[in-house]
Ligand binder design. Structure first.
Ligand code: ACO
Length: 323
């Protein structure tokens, strides 16, 4: 049986920076409130003519370059996103064409909100374990600012845009040691976009196509759930907390990240944090953070990484990876 190893990462952020001070000018908020409650200082926003696929393409090209392999050698592309370019075809199919991947290779989007990248890794891992895929691109890409109500201060301060990508290759050595994916639809009203095209376009005016969230409820469930994830991942691999070299968490909120790090008894120096500069980029946040820490030399070959995410659905999951 084959494992999936990371052989290259890449990320991309759009140019426009929106600081907390910029937001102070459009809604009743303050830099201090946002920093204190979330750890966010700024986030990026896509240009009017950019799409999720454009961000994904840039991240993918950088990951392929880092891996030193051509797009034509990729068997599988998964794009974790809740802000796809179109209803269909999938952003992954559009990318397959743009990147010049082999016609007939497998490409699909994966909808698991903020857990989209970890879900993508977990699903890709199964293809490697059965030997049906030798190389894969797993991407998290989002244009969250397109689904924000800019008059709702409880949500619009939290999110940003970006993309991150990982090239995986079959190997006899791990690689992804295990991935654990979960969902629970009973909380669907706490966080989400209440409208989708399946409801018909008339309904859109009534419910609105923007993110709604009961932030403090989400916060409580996220902290509780992420603590369980840590135990599950370690137990499945017979590992202890001190074996983990790096925690690469979903970047939603610094307080949620700190709570998970406490559970792992991990100093914050061993936790990759990018939420201050990027806000919550949903499925893109983990691969962007991973790429940042690999490129700046913090994460080194052979180290053990715990990736964990929680998001709308609710969905949650983790991946334990030997880099
Ligand atoms: N600026 C100033 N005041 C604000 C703002 C803002 N941007 N937003 C809300 N407030 C006000 C509220 O109106 C409320 O005022 P009131 O007491 O007069 O009614 C007060 O601040 C407190 O509101 P709460 O919602 O209770 O604030 P809380 O301390 O819970 O912080 C936050 C809100 C930051 C959203 C927090 O609940 C949180 O981080 N939740 C997690 C949600 C999350 O990260 N979701 C992302 C997707 S899921 C995931 O990725 C994990």
């Amino acid at each position: 049986m084959s494992y999936a190893r990371i052989i290259g990462t890449g990320s991309y952020m759009p140019d426009e920076v929106i600081t907390n001070h910029d937001l102070e000018r459009i809604i009743d908020t303050s830099d201090a409130w946002i920093r204190e409650r979330t750890g966010i200082a700024e986030r990026r926003r896509v240009a009017p003519d950019q799409t999720c696929g454009d961000l994904a393409e840039q991240a993918a090209l950088r990951a392929l370059e880092a891996a030193g392999v051509p797009a034509s050698s990729i068997d599988l592309i998964i794009v974790g996103t809740c802000t796809p370019d179109r209803v269909f075809p999938s952003t992954a199919c559009l990318l397959q064409q743009r990147l010049g991947m082999r016609h007939g290779s497998l490409a699909f989007d994966l909808s698991a909100a903020c857990s989209g990248f970890v879900y993508g890794l977990g699903v890709a891992n199964q293809f490697f374990r059965t030997g049906s895929v030798k190389r894969a691109l797993v991407i998290g890409a989002e244009t969250m600012t397109r689904i924000l109500d800019w008059t709702d201060r409880s949500t619009c301060v939290l999110f940003g845009d970006g993309a991150g990508a990982t090239v995986l290759e079959a190997s006899d050595e791990p690689g992804i040691l295990s991935a654990h994916l979960h969902s629970d639809g009973q909380y669907s009203d706490l966080l989400g976009v209440p409208w989708g095209p399946g409801q018909g376009y008339e309904k859109r005016e009534q419910v609105g196509p923007y993110i709604t969230m009961q932030g403090n409820e989400v916060f409580k469930v996220a902290v509780r759930t992420l603590s369980r994830i840590v135990d599950e991942s370690l137990a499945a691999n017979g590992l202890k907390k001190s074996d983990i070299d790096w925690l690469v968490p979903h970047q939603a909120n610094i307080r949620i990240i700190q709570a998970t790090a406490r559970k792992l008894e991990m100093p914050m120096e061993r936790v990759v944090v990018t939420v201050d500069k990027q806000g919550n980029t949903s499925a893109a946040s983990i691969p962007m953070a991973l790429d940042t820490a690999i490129r700046d030399g913090r994460i080194k070959p052979g180290e053990l990484l715990l990736l964990e995410a929680f998001g709308g659905g609710f969905t949650w999951g983790s991946a334990l990876i030997r880099y």
